[in-house]
Design a protein around this ligand. Structure first.
Ligand SMILES: C[C@H](N)C(=O)N[C@@H](CC(=O)O)C(=O)O
Length: 623
């Protein structure tokens, strides 16, 4: 027994204004995406350093919370898709969640004002709990906003195209990706203001109504199929072609066919999170790696977090090159570079990027001093005499450690120094880059010297310093400047970005093209979830796997991705590309329904007592 759909909506396709074959409305959508990514990446670029140097968390905690936030941003798309499909529709969801998003950005910005709790005006917040709580609230709102609108925007963009515009639809996803990266490149905080552009296009959009709680219908249908299959587990019941066919007794054939399409794609997505695991470490591990490198490019000094802009810059150049040159060339050579093959190659590029990061790390490690572990201390003794002194530390002697200095009492002498260094200077910077002036009352002198990035020095300043114009200052280098140049990170950025173009742009198009019409946002949310899971994997591997050497962790991630890409290529080999519209039309024909009148069909089922229906279904099967 099958229950007919209770609600039938006849959709009217709005005639959209076109320019060069494209609906004009997509202009507003891509500009909106530019602004949104502008805001998101502007904040995300500095996030790990905010955790590290404002909230004073250690590298591992900063990395973990960063990835937890990114994971949340890519989990909330499920919520966004539910709200859009079952309640507000894509357009209103984008508007309302953008407001939540803007409130989140403001909250986050307020949390960074240390003056709010800095009563003693020493430049450090007095109440870290307040700042942490506020920033976490801000981040949760941002995640809700950015993630909530993300599956809607791409699907909403796709919805604007008519059937005759399939070529333009493919180009749309490339342009869409270009805008994401242009936004990411030019990130600043004015974005929430610019976002009104999206509303300006309101009159031109094709706005499809929410189609009922599609996610809920899907879950109920899957649940029923599983239960029904279990009830008929005995071998006396004939097997069915697909396990979802066990929902036939109660659910519409069209819904079952659509769920089969979505499940096929979601199954294929299982290995994909590993790509994002590597990709999103640009913002955490790679940025922290850059803090131990030199950003001196002669004409300008690049900050470690600015290094991330290499990614969108490369995207802006690589997407057109790939779309217009490489992919057509491969096609001309007679090679079938199908979307799933592109995605596999993309994964291999990302793995190579991590091998490159490991090689750079090995170079950096050669230049780093040996920092004391948490169970060790470091003691530095500076000899200010002109003769050689022997220092003997007897195991029984008493060591007195003061806050800014170390005093060493040995059996023979007492020396004192003013340095106590246990890590590289913050963000690879020195407190002083050039020149400092010493003052005492009316007297002053200037010490002139260019200090290297990430170096640490101790200055011994004698009382005669003003009489010889700072000449008598003795400088001791506690830690050498960063000598490995940030330019060495460019190959890893190039490899990961090439991988991204092949993997992410293709994945976005693939997710849209393989989704049934009423489940485009659902599948976009599924695609974005692979990103969320990827970030959760970083948390697990970085926290549990704690490898003693960073380069070893990079190699571990690269090897995992190679293994996963092999599994994915096998799964892809067995995947058959489908045309959802064709399948839907075929099912409708089988059901004797006219395609025009079923342009849009909600699959809201009558709320009847579940057990009663199951019983009827079982009885019918037995008959
Ligand atoms: C800035 C990145 N190159 C990028 O384009 N990211 C995409 C894909 C993703 O990370 O989900 C985006 O922000 O949508």
């Amino acid at each position: 027994m099958r229950y007919p759909p209770t609600l039938l909506i006849i959709a009217t396709k709005k005639l959209t204004a076109e320019c060069c074959g494209y609906p004009i409305s997509i202009f507003f959508i891509v500009v909106n995406e530019f602004c949104e990514r502008f805001s998101y990446y502007g904040m995300r670029a500095v996030l790990v350093l905010y955790f590290r140097y404002f909230l004073l968390w250690d590298d591992d905690l900063a990395t973990s919370i960063y990835h937890a936030f990114v994971a949340l941003c890519y989990l909330t798309p499920i919520l966004g898709a539910i709200i859009a499909d079952s309640w507000l529709g894509k357009f209103k969801t984008i508007i309302y969640l953008s407001i939540v998003y803007a409130i989140g950005q403001v909250t986050m910005a307020i949390s960074t004002i240390h003056d709010i709790t800095d009563a003693n005006r020493d430049g450090t917040p007095d109440n870290f709990t307040f700042h942490i709580a506020l920033s976490m609230l801000g981040l949760i709102l941002i995640a809700l906003g950015t993630g909530g609108i993300k599956p809607c925007v791409a699907a909403f963009g796709g919805d604007q195209f008519q059937e005759h515009q399939s070529r333009q639809l493919n180009t749309f996803f490339s342009v869409f990706y270009l805008c994401i990266n242009a936004g990411s490149l030019l990130s600043t905080l004015i974005t929430p203001v610019l976002r009104v552009v999206f509303i300006a296009g309101s009159g031109m959009y094709v706005k499809t109504d929410p189609e009922g709680n599609i996610m809920w219908s899907v879950c109920k249908c899957i649940g029923f199929a599983i239960k029904n299959r279990f009830r008929h587990r005995s071998s006396s019941y004939p097997k069915r072609e697909h396990w979802m066919d066990w929902a036939n007794e109660k659910y519409d054939k069209l819904l079952i066919a659509q769920i089969k399409m979505v499940l096929k794609v979601l199954f294929l997505y299982i290995p994909l999170p590993m790509f994002w695991t590597l990709f999103d470490q640009k913002g955490s591990r790679w940025t922290l790696q850059a803090t131990t490198m030199s950003g001196d490019f002669g004409a300008f000094i690049l900050q470690p977090d600015q290094m991330q802009t290499v990614n969108p810059i490369l995207i802006l150049t690589l997407v057109p090159i790939m779309d217009r040159l490489i992919f057509p060339l491969i096609q001309k050579c007679g090679l079938n570079f199908s979307p799933l093959k592109r995605m596999t190659v993309g994964m291999l590029f990302a793995a190579m990027a991590f091998v490159s990061a490991a090689l750079v790390q090995i170079e950096i490690d050669k230049t780093l001093p040996n920092f004391p572990s948490s169970s060790e201390s470091q003691l530095k003794v500076v000899n200010t005499y002109s003769t050689t002194l022997n220092v003997t530390i007897s195991p029984n002697e008493h060591l007195l450690i003061e806050s800014f200095g170390v005093q060493l009492h040995t059996s023979k002498h007492t020396y004192s120094t003013i340095s106590y260094v246990k890590s590289k200077p913050r963000e690879g910077k020195n407190a002083i880059r050039r020149d400092f002036v010493l003052r005492h009352g009316e007297q002053w002198c200037e010490f002139s010297r260019k200090f290297g990035f990430g170096a640490s020095y101790t200055f011994l300043i004698p009382s005669t310093v003003f009489s010889d114009d700072c000449e008598s200052i003795t400088e001791v280098e506690d830690m050498k400047p960063n000598s490995v140049h940030m330019a060495l990170q460019i190959p890893q950025y190039f490899l990961i970005t090439t991988g991204e173009v092949m993997f992410s742009v293709t994945g976005l198009q693939f997710s849209y093209s393989q989704a049934p019409k009423n489940m485009k946002s659902v599948l976009q949310a599924g695609w974005l979830c692979t990103n969320a899971v990827g970030n959760i994997i970083v948390l697990i591997v970085a926290e549990l796997g704690k490898l003693p050497k960073q380069w070893a962790e990079y190699l571990l991630f690269a090897s995992l991705l190679v293994a996963v890409s092999i599994i994915f290529s096998i799964m892809a080999y067995f995947y058959t590309y489908i045309d959802p519209a064709e399948i839907e039309a075929q099912v409708r024909k089988e059901q004797g329904l006219e395609p025009e009148e079923m342009e849009k069909e909600t699959l809201e089922m009558e709320e009847k007592d579940e057990d009663q229906k199951n019983e009827q279904g079982v009885k019918q099967t037995k008959i």
